[in-house]
Design a protein around this ligand. Structure first.
Ligand SMILES: Cc1cc2nc3c(=O)[nH]c(=O)nc-3n(C[C@H](O)[C@H](O)[C@H](O)COP(=O)(O)OP(=O)(O)OC[C@H]3O[C@@H](n4cnc5c(N)ncnc54)[C@H](O)[C@@H]3O)c2cc1C
Length: 506
């Protein structure tokens, strides 16, 4: 590593230019766990803390997508997570009588090398991530609460509390992955932009013995009498979400009697174990700043969204993938700290586009007026019949950050699979890679080159050549997070990467 790392104890408020670790991750939910693991894999020394002695044991996210499975692949855990999940056939919005208003098909293999959607049990996936942290040597400290922080030009000093009392820890950078209430965000005085979508829903997580005739589907039931979300998750786990109507209170909805009434039409009350009941307010919030000096926020700390698109956790894990290699590049002295500003520049528009989609979906579902719902149904059915519905669930490319102005820049590079089932990313490491049509001898040291005319690349050459043809390019430079930095000619790309065109590269 090209930077110093030393371990020294807490020494009160005196500014220390030695560090206990490169990166302190506050909060070990899925986002903190992925960030800590990726950062450690990039060569940083990482300490990750969580106030809770164990990972959250109850389900939250019901689905995640292929981009996220690809990040799990980079972390070396996709093969462990895949058997824990179920691939749904589709995601449907249906009327009260069961007529399909909108259907998003789920491809068994999408462009990024994995099924487009997976239904999961979040605690099981988080357990795999925690195990991976141990394997990678991340120092995790549980039962440790972040209280406050101060920062200076050399680092961040965080004040922590655990059963032994109050102590400090000094890191070069700190990332708050500490969830929706984010004490790190609070400590920085960062405010939230509110989309003013605010709908209360009762969420019931259940285990159903002998699920038998319960449909194995993911449905939004757009019934103006009572909008309902129904999700067959993995194994015997099923989720129901019921929208609260005006005048209904959380206490009333959480009563056993009311829950039994709500589940009655599903005819499974004898077989159900209720794992969790909670009333959530589904809303859209985005932090106005995601970085303040050496402190950044990610995941629910930076943004929250209604769950109709199944993208809250996914968006946070994308944050982690975007940030990990940038922190490593800055701490290795390969880039100036301004590279970290490209994190919010790239991620915020992406997150806002997803929030807009999730809220639009929510507005379709959360319609309580019968006349309006009839109108919605008629319009959606007409558009469906005309083939005019967009059912792709494609999110935008990154724009405006650490990217060149070239065709395909900011898109996620595809992941072809060879005839023997090998995924392309197995040829990539944790860093960037230059993919060329044929071997080029003038690629600088330190930039891995994958030439399509070499035997190793032969199984993938047809798919990647076709992609390069579409970009009218000789080469593509793919970043560590698998996004395309740029396409074009090698010399041009390397100059841009090395900093001639980018102010923030050292
Ligand atoms: C009903 C529901 C359905 C959802 N469905 C989906 C879905 O289908 N797909 C999807 O992608 N997402 C979904 N989500 C969203 C998803 O669950 C969250 O976005 C995700 O869990 C956020 O992860 P995170 O790591 O940012 O935060 P969290 O998981 O909240 O983790 C934050 C961590 O920080 C710790 N912490 C907090 N304060 C401190 C402190 N002071 N000191 C130390 N540690 C601290 C906490 O203990 C916690 O472990 C859903 C959410 C809900 C509620």
């Amino acid at each position: 590593m090209g930077y110093e790392h030393a371990c020294y104890g807490w020494q009160g408020s005196r500014i220390m230019n030695t560090h206990d670790c490169d990166l302190l991750v506050v909060g070990l939910g899925p986002v903190g766990a992925v960030l800590a693991a990726l950062a450690q894999a990039h060569g940083l020394s990482v300490v990750a803390i969580d106030k809770s002695p164990t990972h959250f044991q109850l389900p939250r996210a019901a689905v995640f997508d292929h981009e996220i499975m690809r990040i799990f692949q980079t972390l070396g855990v996709a093969e462990r997570i895949e058997p824990l999940c179920r691939v749904p056939e589709n995601y449907k919005f249906i009327t009260a009588s069961g007529e399909t208003l909108l259907e998003f098909p789920v491809a068994a293999v999408g462009p990024y090398g994995w099924a487009e959607t997976y239904a999961l049990h979040q605690p099981a996936v988080e357990q795999v991530l925690r195990t991976r942290l141990d394997e990678l040597g991340v120092r995790t400290e549980l039962g440790v609460t972040f209280l406050d922080l101060s920062q200076d030009e050399e680092g961040v000093t965080a004040t922590l509390a655990d059963e032994d009392g109050i102590r400090g820890i000094r890191s070069k950078y700190l990332v708050g992955c500490d969830g929706s209430w984010s004490p790190v965000r609070e400590a920085l005085g960062i405010s939230l932009d509110d989309y003013e979508f605010d709908e209360p829903w009762l969420v019931l997580d259940t285990i159903v013995d002998e699920p038998g005739d319960l449909p194995i589907v993911c449905h939004q039931i757009c019934d103006p009498e009572r909008p309902v979300t129904y999700m067959a998750m993995s194994g015997k786990r099923f989720r129901w979400e019921f929208m609260l109507k005006p005048g209904e209170t959380p206490d009333e909805m959480l009563s056993d009697r009311r829950i039994a009434q709500l589940l009655d039409p599903w005819d499974c009350s004898e077989r159900i174990t209720l794992e969790r009941k909670a009333v959530y307010r589904f809303h859209g919030l985005v932090a106005d700043r995601w970085r303040a000096g050496r402190v950044l926020i990610a995941g629910d700390a930076a943004h929250q969204m209604p769950p109709f698109a199944g993208q809250g956790m996914c968006s946070g894990i994308r944050d982690a993938a975007n940030l990990a290699w940038k922190l490593a590049a800055v701490m290795r002295g390969e880039a100036q700290a301004e590279l970290l500003d490209s994190y919010q520049a790239e991620r915020e528009p992406h997150v806002r586009a997803i929030i807009a989609t999730a809220i639009a979906m929510g507005k379709v579902v959360c319609m309580l007026d019968k006349g309006a719902a009839d109108g919605r149904n008629a319009e959606m059915l007409a558009r469906k019949a005309a083939g005019a519905q967009d059912v792709s669930i494609a999110y935008p490319d990154l724009v405006g950050g650490f990217l060149t102005q070239s065709k395909g820049a900011g898109s996620l590079f595809p992941q072809p699979i060879s005839a023997d089932g090998t995924r392309f990313d197995t040829l990539l490491g944790h860093g960037p890679a230059l993919i060329t049509r044929s071997f080029e001898s003038d690629v600088p040291d330190g930039m891995p080159q994958l030439a399509l005319d070499t035997p190793k690349l032969a199984p993938f050459a047809p798919a990647i050549s076709a992609w390069l043809d579409g970009m009218e390019a000789q080469a593509v430079l793919v970043r560590a997070d698998r996004h395309v930095f740029g396409t074009g000619e090698t010399g041009q790309l390397m100059r841009a990467w090395a900093g001639e065109a980018r102010a923030f590269v050292a």
